[in-house]
Design a protein around this ligand. Structure first.
Ligand code: GRF
Length: 204
C-alpha cells in the first residue's frame, strides 16, 4: 500500500512508522510516499525530506478537493493522521472510509473530541483521577476521535505524574502501536467492515 501521513507537529509518530516499516524490510505491506502538514514549519516535513519522501504544506486543510488531488497524484491507498490537529474534510473521509487511521494519546471514547489534544488530554486524565490511560488507533469518520477503534494499548498513570510525564509514557506506546496497526491494515489483517465493525487483529 502507498501511505500518506498527515501531521501538524514534530512527526515522532511519522518517524516511528518509517523506522518500523524499514525494520520489516520485504515483509512490510506499505511504504510512506507522501507527508502533508498544515504548517510549513512542522518537523514532520523535515523528517520526510530527509528520507526523500514527497512533502507538502496543506495551506487550506479544509479544502477537500485540494487534499484529494494531492492524494490521488501520489496514488495513495491509506491515509495516516499522526499528530494531525485539523478536521479532515468530509469528502476525503468518505473517499477513504476504512483506509484512514488516526492515533490519539488516550483511551477513546474518553478524553477525546475537538480541542482534546496535546497536554490537555493528559491533564484531563489526571484531573479525572484515572489510573490507566493509553493510546488508541481508530478508523477516521467525520467527527474528531469518534471512528471505530482498531486497537488500544494501556499505559499506567502514577500518582507522581504531571501532564508531561504521562504524555511521554503514552507517546512511547503510540510509537509502538501505530506502526503495527498500519501494517496490519495495509496487509488486510485488520479491516473496517461495511457495518462499521472492525474485523481481524494484528500480531504484535
Ligand atoms: C503527540 O501529542 C501525540 O500524542 C499525538 O500528536 C502529538 C504530536 O505527535 N498523537 P508527533 O510527535 O508530531 O507525531
Amino acid at each position: 500500500a502507498r501511505i500518506a501521513v498527515l501531521a501538524s507537529g514534530g512527526g515522532s509518530n511519522l518517524q516511528a512508522l518509517l523506522d518500523h516499516l524499514d525494520a520489516l524490510g520485504d515483509a512490510r505491506a506499505a511504504d510512506v510516499v507522501l507527508v502533508l502538514a498544515n504548517r510549513a514549519d512542522a518537523g514532520a516535513l523535515d523528517r520526510a525530506r530527509a528520507r526523500g519522501i514527497a512533502a507538502d504544506t496543506l495551506r487550506e486543510p479544509g479544502d477537500g478537493d485540494a487534499l484529494l488531488a494531492l492524494l490521488q497524484a501520489q496514488r495513495v491507498d491509506l491515509v495516516v493522521l499522526a499528530g494531525y490537529l485539523k478536521l479532515v474534510p468530509r469528502a476525503v473521509v468518505a473517499r477513504f472510509r476504512g483506509r484512514m487511521l488516526n492515533v490519539h494519546p488516550a483511551l477513546l471514547p474518553a478524553f477525546g473530541g475537538a480541542g482534546m489534544y496535546g497536554a490537555r488530554v493528559h491533564q484531563a486524565v489526571l484531573d479525572a483521577g484515572a489510573r490507566i490511560s493509553g493510546a488508541t488507533v481508530h478508523f477516521v469518520d467525520d467527527q474528531y476521535d469518534r471512528g471505530p477503534i482498531a486497537a488500544q494499548w494501556p499505559v499506567p498513570v502514577y500518582a507522581t505524574d504531571f501532564a508531561d510525564t504521562l504524555a511521554k509514557r503514552v507517546l512511547r506506546v503510540e510509537h509502538l502501536l501505530l506502526p503495527r496497526v498500519v501494517q496490519a491494515v495495509a496487509a488486510g489483517d485488520v479491516r473496517l467492515a461495511p457495518d462499521g465493525s472492525v474485523v481481524g487483529a494484528f500480531r504484535d
